[in-house]
Design a protein. Structure first.
Length: 313
């Protein structure tokens, strides 16, 4: 018998019955955890964490038999250090690809075609048309070229943009450049999209030098982690109007109401919502069902996080 804690009810009604020997318990991360009987939590060995509940990890001390955690987020940099020794961690790789790529494309198009300006003109009753930039024929660098970058690339190519792939290490056979090549690549880039996880190696990776290398009028987009882009350096460039930005993540986050980034010219900000669309829930449910099936069968779980134990089973 295995006891599993998941965030959503009735998955068995939508996806078929749970495997034999599986007892499923529910916690959405919102209800007080004190309502969960400790005798139940003592038995839980696989926990599917609630999505977008920042303090869900507060339940960890009450799960003494925990052997694996399934996160529904792709980025688990802040969660991994909180796990007890010996607990395997698996992430939600792929769940957010479509949503995040779609949002990034929306930010790019909104910035290039000046949609915030037209929205303001609509409210003010103005009618002052002029030509804008375009995504077509723009050169777009995808910095952090992984599954989300791949999904975004397909959408950019459909819009007739040129894509430059950049990752931690070069992969010449896949036409992927190394991050170390950015100083040579950025002067010819119209749009730089950051899709980086947060780590010691990526914190502040895109700073004053990289921003200065971009040509006048270039657009910086960040849908990865806020701390990978140096906020003060961006403010210095955007404050003069030399560069523009479209950000779904910021540093600090949440961004204070009086933060100067909110009022910088040419800066569009959304509140870390790129991964949250209607496409997410069905994909997440299918992943949960598959992971539970694998767990019950003693098979390796999908998406193990590097440097974490692959599985305790």
């Amino acid at each position: 018998m295995t006891d599993i804690l998941i965030p959503w009810p009735e998955l068995d009604l939508r996806h078929g019955p749970w495997p034999d020997g599986v007892r499923v318990h529910l916690w959405d991360g919102i209800a007080p955890p004190e309502h969960l009987p400790q005798e139940t939590l003592d038995l839980v060995d696989l926990w599917v964490m609630p999505y977008a509940v920042s303090d869900a990890h507060r339940l960890l001390p009450r799960l003494p038999g925990l052997r694996a955690v399934q996160s529904l987020s792709a980025g688990v940099d802040k969660l991994q250090p909180l796990l007890p020794p010996g607990v395997a961690l698996h992430n939600g790789r792929g769940l957010h690809d479509a949503s995040a790529a779609e949002h990034a494309l929306g930010l790019i198009l909104a910035a290039q075609r000046e949609l915030p300006r037209w929205a303001a003109d609509q409210t003010a009753g103005r009618w002052q048309p002029h030509f804008t930039r375009s995504l077509a024929d723009s050169r777009v660098a995808l910095i952090g070229y992984g599954s989300i970058g791949t999904a975004l690339e397909r959408r950019l190519l459909a819009c007739e943009a040129e894509v430059v792939r950049v990752a931690r290490t070069a992969r010449p056979d896949q036409h992927v450049h190394a991050v170390g090549e950015l100083p040579e690549l950025l002067p010819d880039v119209d749009i730089a999209v950051l899709i980086l996880p947060e780590s010691p190696a990526t914190t502040g990776l895109f700073g004053a030098r990289e921003l200065a290398a971009l040509p006048d009028g270039a657009l910086v987009v960040n849908i990865g982690r806020g701390r990978t882009l140096h906020t003060d350096a961006l403010l210095a460039e955007a404050g003069t109007g030399r560069l523009r930005a479209a950000l779904d993540v910021t540093d600090p986050e949440p961004l204070p109401a009086d933060h100067p980034l909110r009022h910088a010219p040419g800066v569009l900000i959304t509140p870390h919502v790129a991964g949250g669309s209607a496409a997410f829930r069905p994909r997440a449910e299918r992943l949960i069902v598959e992971q539970v099936r694998r767990w019950a069968a003693g098979e390796p779980l999908l998406h193990p996080v590097p440097c974490a134990p692959e599985s305790a089973r």
